[in-house]
Design a protein around this ligand. Structure first.
Ligand SMILES: Cc1ncc(COP(=O)(O)O)c(C=O)c1O
Length: 367
């Protein structure tokens, strides 16, 4: 099964951000959308719902059951379906966590470089930035120092981490959980990229059962279903009870149908996608080494995103240069961390042709 095989002409017909935000001659390798067809069981389920005019409100706990079954199968992690509440999507789940677990003016820890909404969902709170270490992993001593000094109410964890692709080990998560308990910090762990990491990933609440923590997750990223709104906040009743229950009404019935079908019936699709992403990372590294030997990319363990340091090129703003001169668009590093202007984030959930073309455009722009 080849997953990332949609021809460019077909992709350019899409109306989503990736294909509409920039000029038509720009090759988009930015936002986290996959260049894939939706897995067949998901397409079939949605077609059936439309055919049957089954277009009302959700009732059954289908998503909670599907996620619980998936978590048991993939990670050997058990949670009860009553511990999972619906929300519209992962970003609004993070916002709900901020509103529920902190007061205005409280401190929220984030780990830059970080997916930009981690900052925007913390609006009205003071963010304490504990950068990832040079190797792109959690910096536990720095986290301890920040917990002790700033006494934050909440740590918004990204697990696996976007953009560095770090998959936190069970030891790192346990160490973090010990610190969080010691300093009274609630952890909200965004695990939207976890299914693609497969067995490499450990759910936070598996590493730290009973912790004051919630997991916010969804099938949207790994099965490319962002158009179909639904996500889950999983955690103990004492925390969930603090979240406004109205948040659950924003999950759409079609989102629930699509996501639960993906989790139940498209596991082989994801395994194939994951293998292809791993191979694409190696391909990206090899092509870069050939075309732009000044740059070095070490494949990351998690996500289909590559975090690339372009400082050896000596450009003032590499992301803008590649867009304006090379006609290939990556996410700008500065959107993840003001200090990361020299980085770009590339999306590797694409065909080899698109990845090679993207690198060719980068190379041409600097020669
Ligand atoms: C870490 C992370 N969280 C959340 C999202 C967006 O998820 P949703 O569409 O469910 O809000 C993304 C999308 O790329 C992401 O990378």
């Amino acid at each position: 099964m080849t997953i990332f095989n949609v021809p460019l002409e077909e992709l350019r017909q899409r109306g989503s951000i990736k294909w509409r935000r920039f000029e038509p001659d720009v090759l988009p390798m930015f936002v986290a959308e996959m260049d894939a067809e939706v897995a067949e069981p998901v397409r079939d389920r949605l077609k059936r719902a439309v055919r049957e005019s089954d277009t009302g409100y959700p009732e059954l706990p289908a998503y909670q059951e599907a996620m619980a079954d998936y978590a048991q199968w993939q990670w050997g992690w058990h949670f009860d379906v009553t511990e999972a509440m619906l929300v519209a999507d992962v970003v609004s789940g993070m916002r709900e966590a901020v509103l529920a677990f902190t007061e205005p003016g409280d401190k929220v820890v984030i780990n830059p470089p970080i997916y930009p909404p981690f900052r925007s969902v913390s609006q009205g709170r003071e963010t304490v930035e504990v950068p990832m270490s040079d190797g792109g992993r959690l910096d536990l001593p720095a986290l301890e120092q920040a917990f002790a000094e700033h006494r934050p109410a909440l740590h918004l964890l990204c697990s696996p981490h976007n953009p560095t692709g770090a998959v936190h080990t069970i030891d790192e998560l346990r160490a973090l959980a010990d610190l969080a308990e010691r300093y009274g910090v609630i952890v909200a762990s965004n695990e939207i990229h976890a299914p693609l990491a497969g067995a490499r990933h450990t759910p936070y609440l598996k590493a730290a059962p009973g912790a004051d923590a919630v997991i916010i997750t969804s099938a949207s990223k790994c099965w490319n279903l962002a158009a179909l709104k639904a996500a889950l906040v999983i955690g103990p009743a004492r925390l969930r009870a603090r979240i406004n229950p109205v948040a659950s009404d924003s999950a759409s019935y079609f989102g629930i149908l699509a996501h639960s079908t993906a989790l139940n019936e498209a596991r082989d699709w994801l395994q194939a996608a994951s293998r292809e992403v791993d191979a694409n990372k190696v391909f990206f590294a090899e092509e870069l080494a050939r075309e732009i030997p000044q740059l070095r990319y070490v494949p990351s363990e998690g996500t289909y995103l590559a975090w690339l340091d372009c400082s050896p090129l000596g450009l003032e703003h590499p992301g803008r240069h590649f867009h304006e001169v090379g006609r290939v668009r990556f996410n700008f590093g500065s959107d993840f961390d003001p200090g990361s202007v020299q980085f770009v984030r590339a999306n590797l959930a694409s065909s080899r042709e698109i990845i090679a073309e993207g690198i060719r455009r980068m190379a041409t722009s600097i020669n």
